[in-house]
Design a protein around this ligand. Structure first.
Ligand code: FPP
Length: 236
């Protein structure tokens, strides 16, 4: 199965339901996140196989710090483990890794690990994989506005020239096309502060299964549904 490359370029995924998946099995929540990593590896592989250009995954939000420290620490540990274990395969498959979010406030070892992987894959030309870590859509916009205000105050830009394109160039996702499709499993019907600016015209796709049960077949079903949608961008 392959996609029509020109039609769908960017899929973004809110990987939700790991905790419930684990709880329903009487397992600690972190086992759900581990199973979530296994699912995401399959989706990354499949995305490369079908020639998708951009995949963005919501890994850790600016609000996730509110979780108990044991879960936060486990998620940070999983991130490092993911990079350590998968980097060679990502490189071999031509995946270019990028992080969107506030890297500065991450634990030093997590940041170092991510930065190493970004550097090691920066020249790759295959799937462009963005992981949203310590990411919040409003936080991203606030940061952009502050930098725009600074640049306007110092004369680097003219406030009268501020438009959509300029704002985009100040976001973490500068240079990346907006998602065509946003997928959220687990039965929740909300966006949860994910890519608020970028999803203005994205198609949304929801399913009831928990993220660890989400398969490449589900991913393809979402893409097939996307092709049946009629995107009008406000026109007729
Ligand atoms: C949402 O499930 C999931 C997260 C907050 C984390 C997503 C992380 C992963 C899939 C694993 C880590 C990723 C990498 C790349 C190492 P939830 O915990 O909110 O589930 P619940 O709504 O059922 O409680």
């Amino acid at each position: 199965m392959s996609i029509k490359r020109n039609d769908i370029r960017h899929v973004a995924v809110i990987m939700d339901g790991n905790g419930r998946w684990a709880t329903e099995r009487g397992l600690p929540r972190i086992q759900g996140h581990r199973a979530g990593v296994a699912a995401l590896k399959e989706i990354i592989k499949y995305s490369g196989e079908i020639g998708l250009e951009y995949l963005t995954l919501y890994v850790f939000s600016t609000e996730n710090w509110k979780r108990p420290s044991i879960e936060v620490n486990s998620l940070m540990g999983l991130l490092i483990e993911f990079v350590e274990k998968e980097l060679e395969e990502l490189k071999a498959n031509g995946v270019k890794l990028m992080v969107i979010g506030d890297l500065e406030s991450l634990p030093r070892n997590v940041r170092a690990s991510l930065e190493r992987a970004i550097l090691a894959t920066e020249k790759n030309k295959g799937l462009h994989l963005s992981v949203a870590v310590n990411y919040g859509g409003r936080d991203e916009i606030v940061r952009a506005v502050k930098r725009i205000a600074d640049d306007a105050a110092s004369g680097r830009i003219d406030a009268a020239q501020i438009d959509d394109r300029m704002i985009e160039s100040y976001l973490y996702t500068a240079g990346i096309p907006d998602p065509d499709l946003v997928i959220r499993p687990s039965g929740e019907l909300r966006i949860s502060n994910f890519l608020l600016w970028q999803i203005a015209y994205s198609e949304l796709w929801f399913s009831n299964c928990y993220w660890p049960d989400f398969t490449p077949e589900d991913f393809q079903r979402a893409i097939d549904d996307y092709y049946r949608r009629d995107r009008r961008y406000g026109g007729l």
